[in-house]
Design a protein around this ligand. Structure first.
Ligand code: FRU
Length: 486
């Protein structure tokens, strides 16, 4: 039984991908507990791919990767809160979820509009928005009930709704509730742990609500062997370290379920030698893209695996990493800032932008897209206009409007300006969605600017498990799996 899936996309030609009978069965009959060893096997002796300084030195801003300049007036995503990192609720296969009554849900980091843009990271909360057209978003308030979420603040993550209507929230618990730290100015104030809760999704004509929350739990912490701990980060200090931004992801080839996250290479930076001619401080730049495998039927037990990619000596932050599978290939995306590039790169650091890498399999050899990795850059005329790009399965890309109206003030000085100047400079709204296109296996270009805040109904390229689960069981579909798979 082969399964043909048409990928629905917004504005780009549909692509089709055919899955073998074995692939469909492996994927649809995946059982996290029983298949744990099978999934783990793929990562035995895995070595992270590398994003090298030589590749980063190939970064150039071109017509293909420069985003159009964002100009006001900006449509307000909310009158009450500013928004930055955001993501739609996705289904288990990471397609955009379209709920009953046609609701789409967008979750975002939020802070009240009265809070200065630079202070927002210290008090971030998850808020949510609903829409039927994917463009006009209605703010619904906080996702989590007051006092229940872990951390002093909640940073980025992802949200998946399963077939039974339970919503799973994976988030970054940053700091500790009640701790005296109010900012991430020093590594010590910026402890990050990955947390989880779930809730029942209640959908009706009036909107979407989350009820019956499970207890919030920490599900992943850095181990100091694969991922850097806070203590190890403190040996060298420098730019804030990372163990954050968990992204739910199911591999269409194997069915195995993962969290992809942002980390740093384990150990103190004093263990690192970036090679001759490279400034010694470059060793403080150790961003990596982490991976954890689901261990059993609960959503709280995960096994840390070797990183997918390391940017040692190149960049300290590989934020909000995520994978989109296209034509069977694995496109690994991340976002990064100009200020997080290691020193000494020629001709200079890369821009605030979206970066990507492609491989033929999850553990294959990741090659930087467009040779350098750069996929979308802020335009040179407006270097900080947007950030936090997220690629949806149809290669539309969302982001938020950042410091788009600096009026000549250096971004490093903006925090020292009068409040009115700061508010005027920052967007805090969803940015225009961009449409990316693959021009070859490993090259991309921006082909279109779409509406502010558009979330398409993008569906992933993955086997469709058409039969309901009970029916599937009764039909024996999953019992006949080849023994090599079971
Ligand atoms: C990216 C980011 C995320 C983090 C959040 C904190 O914009 O740095 O990595 O979760 O912002 O506000």
């Amino acid at each position: 039984m082969a399964c043909r899936e048409t990928v629905r996309s917004a504005g780009v030609p549909n692509t089709e991908h055919t899955f073998s009978a074995e692939n469909v069965q492996t994927y649809c009959c995946y059982d996290p507990e029983r298949d744990f060893r099978r999934c783990l096997r793929e990562h035995r002796n895995a070595v992270p791919a590398r994003w090298t300084r030589a590749e980063a030195e190939l970064i150039r801003i071109t017509d293909e990767n420069a985003a159009p300049v964002i100009r006001g007036p900006l449509p307000q995503t909310s009158e009450l809160v500013g928004v930055w990192d955001s993501w739609p609720i996705i289904t288990r296969d990471a397609s955009v979820a379209v709920l009953d009554f046609g609701w789409r849900v967008l979750i975002a980091l939020t802070s009240p509009k009265t809070v200065l843009p630079g202070a927002r990271h210290s008090i971030a909360k998850w808020g949510y928005f609903i829409s039927k057209d994917g463009v006009s978003w209605e703010y619904q308030g906080d996702v989590f009930r007051e006092g229940e979420a872990l951390g002093a603040r909640q940073w980025a993550g992802s949200t998946m709704v399963d077939d039974e209507g339970r919503v799973h929230f994976f988030y970054t618990a940053s700091g500790r509730a009640g701790s005296p730290c109010h900012a991430c100015d020093t590594p010590a104030c910026c402890e990050q742990r990955i947390a989880y809760t779930s809730a029942e999704l209640v959908v009706d004509a009036a909107g979407v609500r989350f009820e019956d929350f499970s207890e919030h739990q920490i599900i992943l912490e850095p181990d100091g062997v694969l991922y850097q701990t806070l203590e190890q980060a403190e040996v060298c200090g420098g730019i804030v370290y990372a163990f954050r931004d968990p992204q739910w992801w199911k591999d269409p080839a194997t069915g195995c379920e993962y969290l992809i996250f942002e980390g740093n290479v384990a150990g103190p930076c004093t263990d690192i030698d970036c090679g001759p001619g490279v400034p010694i401080e470059a060793r403080m730049y150790t961003g990596n893209i982490g991976l954890a495998l689901r261990e059993n039927n609960s959503f709280t037990d995960w096994r840390l695996l070797p990183a997918l990619l390391e940017a040692t000596c190149t960049n300290q932050q590989t934020e909000r990493p995520h994978i989109v599978v296209r034509e069977g290939r694995y496109y690994l995306f991340t976002i990064s800032h100009l200020f997080t590039y290691a020193p000494g790169l020629v001709p200079g650091p890369g821009p605030d932008g979206l970066y990507g890498f492609v491989s033929d399999s999850l553990r294959g050899e990741y090659v930087p897209l467009n040779q350098s990795g750069l996929v979308i850059a802020n335009p040179p005329q407006n270097q900080f206009q947007a950030y936090s790009w997220l690629v949806l399965p149809d290669f539309t890309v969302t982001s938020f409007v950042d410091f788009y109206n600096l009026g000549g003030i250096p971004v490093t000085m903006i925090d020292a300006m009068p409040a009115a100047v700061q508010f005027n400079a920052w967007g805090g709204v969803e940015a225009p969605t961009l449409q990316l296109e693959l021009t070859s296996r490993s090259t991309t270009r921006i082909i279109r600017e779409l509406e502010f805040g558009l979330i398409t109904t993008a569906q992933t390229e993955s086997p469709q498990c058409i039969l309901q689960r009970d029916e599937t069981r009764r039909s024996g579909f999953c019992d006949n799996r080849p023994s090599t798979i079971c």
